[in-house]
Design a protein around this ligand. Structure first.
Ligand code: GRF
Length: 212
């Protein structure tokens, strides 16, 4: 059975969704870069080992990433799953976990990489927004895409209502992506593209706002 380690920085709702999804893998540990991350309590309540590598204890990103990698490697995971992990990782770290490092981002990449994705989506007036699970590449919020979910942006949406609609989908697609990975249904080809060894194709078109 494959092993995963989950990295968090805060609330941990994506992590919780993974813990509750009955995935075909062993969740070996949850590691946080903040000792006050709420997700740590949730992980403990699920009987999962936790560790903290405080980024503030390290002089620079290189040293933090080295300490983080040392902690991760204790568990020898097949995949390192970033779930609301709010640190930019060095190229060295990303390369070390090539093909093993997975992230969820609250936008339909390549649109709206970086922070404040929901506010920026509202500001730009997009009618469809969403979330993306992808392999991590050295460029921030880039890398081969595994799965995306799209949601409509509604007329009266605020940042909060839009975030909540996207988050609900994050919880669904992250569990699906990790399940596929653990079942060896996702591979990276030589061009660095994701190949999904599944038969399902979406039967839906999302038109937003709808046609009349
Ligand atoms: C999620 O929206 C995730 O996509 C983003 O940060 C948020 C973390 O939420 N990177 P949680 O900690 O999983 O609840």
């Amino acid at each position: 059975m494959k092993k995963i380690v989950i990295l968090i920085s805060g609330r941990g709702s994506n992590m919780q969704a993974l813990l509750e999804a009955k995935l075909p893998c062993r969740i070996a540990a949850v590691i946080s870069n903040r000792v006050d991350a709420q997700g740590l309590d949730i992980a403990k309540a699920h009987g999962i080992a936790t560790a903290v590598v405080e980024h503030r204890d390290y002089a620079d990103r290189e040293n933090f990433d080295a300490a983080l990698a040392e902690t991760i490697d204790i568990y020898q995971p097949d995949f390192v799953v970033l779930a609301g992990f709010m640190r930019i990782l060095t190229t060295k770290f990303v390369k070390r976990y090539h093909g093993k490092l997975i992230n969820i981002h609250p936008s339909l990449l390549p649109a709206f990489g970086g922070l404040n994705t929901h506010a920026r989506a509202l500001h730009d007036g997009v009618k469809i927004h969403g979330c993306t699970v992808h392999f991590v590449a050295s460029d921030l919020d880039h890398g081969p895409i595994i799965i995306q979910a799209a949601v409509p942006v509604l007329r009266d949406d605020t940042e909060q209502t839009l975030a909540a609609r996207v988050l609900r989908e994050e919880h669904r697609i992250y569990a699906q992506a990790i399940r596929w990975l653990c079942e060896d249904k996702v591979v990276l080809n030589e061009q660095g593209q994701t190949i999904l060894l599944i038969h399902r194709q979406s039967g839906f078109t999302l038109v937003s706002p709808g046609l009349e």
